[in-house]
Design a protein around this ligand. Sequence first.
Ligand code: PEP
Ligand code: MG
Length: 750
Amino acid sequence: MPETSESESRKLLGRLRDVMAEPAAGQERLDRITHLIADSMHTEVCSIYLFRDSETLELCATEGLKAESVHQTRLRVGEGLVGRVARTATAVNTGNAPAEKGFRYMPETGEEIYSSFLGVPIQRLGERLGVLVVQSKRAREYSADEVYALEVVAMVLAEMTELGAFVGEGAALSALHQRPANFHGTSAQEGAAEGHVWLHEPRVVVTNLVADDTESEKDRLTGALNQLRLSLDDMLNIARTGDHEQLQVMEAYRMFANSPGWIRRMEEDIARGLSAEAAVEKEQSANRARMQTVPDPYLRERLHDLDDLSNRLLRILTGQGSETGAEMPENPILVARNIGPAELLAYGRTLKGVVLEDGSVGSHAAIVARALAIPLVINAKQITTEALNGDTILVDGDRGVVHLRPEEAVAAAFRDKTAMHAKAQERYASIREKPCETLDGSHITLLMNAGLMADLPSLKGSGAEGVGLFRTELQFLLRNKVPRRDELAALYARVMDAAQDKPVTFRTLDIGSDKVLPYMKPQDEPNPAMGWRAIRVGLDKVGVMRMQLQALIRAANGRPLHVMFPFVAQFEEFTAARDHLLREIDREEKLGHALPASVRIGAMLETPSLAFAPRQFFELADFISIGGNDLKQFFFAADRENERVRRRYDTLNVSYLTFLQRVVDRCDDAGTPLSFCGEDAGRPIEALCFAAIGFRSLSMRPASIGPVKHLLRRVDLRDARAVIDTARDSGAQSVRAAVMDWMRGQDWVT
Ligand code: PEP
Ligand code: MG
């Protein structure tokens, strides 16, 4: 890069800084800046286009085009060369603009006489803010050096826009992060919440963008990089002691931190006049823009790593840690790119909701959010760029929609909906102590699903008769190494203490599939949900299973113990697991430890095969619980985590109900208690149908117990059964419509 262009660029940035320092209205600043750039780059035209809404760019200032066109000329994203820059977030550089594909002639600007065109995006950390353009009459392509210089200027403009330097009249000059914004993500946990944004990682604010002393900025960058490397070395040493996967990530990080290309680009930015932090942010913005277009998941993951490194570097340079001293607002709703399960758990129930930019329905964070019963929306693209700490936010976990800074009408409609929910909850509180007895006198045992100590208080509040499913894997997911037996025994004992005399059914570790332990060697299986998971892992690696069984026996310590094994696909797996438990009980007895008062050993029926197991299986199992989440995905061959198919088949599909009916009959014949503990048990209409075909025990999220009990107490199951049978005989694909019609007839559903 020639020395002269670097010093030209520094000079221009210095002049930009002066414009910023002078008190002036936003429009005036923009006008002066276009003049400065055109002058400094020796071009006839310089124009700044800013977004007036997410799809429309508006010419906000120009040197060289007709002044009347300012705030009149508008383009849609993708329209003309300016629109192309905005859409692709990359520069367009041409010596013959009118001949370019997509060139759009705008007579009001008088631009046809300008042959050469260079446009660069004004963007900040993946957020598109506008387009900066220079044009000249002489037909020539701009040099790489000039493109680079303009990109540096655009970066400074982006930061100035973010800092509110150009606020003025009209939509295009309105302050950023003030307007309402909606995000359509994916629901990962139902429920509704209203509150205020709490950013997990508050944005670093860079205020000193331009620096005169290039050498000292380079030294600052080098110092920060050294500090970054040292902290990565520390993390690497920790990772070496345990987790293989984390070790790989840390090694990739270290490689990036030494990447000559990355460091060189930042040094070049500094040579152009940017401060060290502005240089880091410029490269981070370019990286984010790339991240949005790269389809390859591996590559995108690496770009994420680089993004994370840039954040760390920025925090070192600015001294702005995650702890900004800001106070958590009332009713905090956590907004983050992504979050680990342990971090989420540390926030605990103070949070009213969670919104993530990434994440997946089956991620550990989603599992924790579900356990905490707080609404979670994932895939809310760009929300961390748009949201500010303290902003009002509404989370509709049922639809996966988030309203940021909502209009009053939207907020009012949302509040009506939540008020209706709250009213219904009050109604449920009045029947909390009443039995779940249907009009025909059947008692349906309603139990709750849990997985955290924090869930136990809900046992009393919900009116559940016990815990039908305690998912033990959460304790394993939240640590970075296998928990010790004593720790587990103490935890299980506390769970039983908290449940008092109500039964708790502990499910042994269900890992693999969507629940990959951070310290478990990744298996790289083509179909993890059908892979090495749950009891298959337990029986192949008996050490951990035995340790867990010992912890459960010790925790029971003279109390009844209920254990169930997950994902049993054939009789022998159940007998093998059961034998392990019986052997551990023998062993504990020999060691002189107190034994459980009684032991009940059950199996989860989550694969269709088990429904056809020999009669002896049904006789041997002390109880069976249907894991409908898994069973349904295998019954219909429809991945529970694939948004495209997961809702495709109705739970009340006749084939599925007929299958469930068969399990009920086989359990009845063998006298084996049967329950249903998948999510569907907590949906009132599904629960009603399950009860009608013979289920007498349902286990669900605590919040579902009220609505399910409320409905079941008003139903005669014989009538419901008749409706189901008639619908089944009529050849209907699902009995839902018939059941809903019948319920409407009873005035139960409006
Ligand atoms: C199920 O599959 O229905 C179940 C309860 O287990 P999980 O959702 O934990 O797989
Ligand atoms: Mg399951």
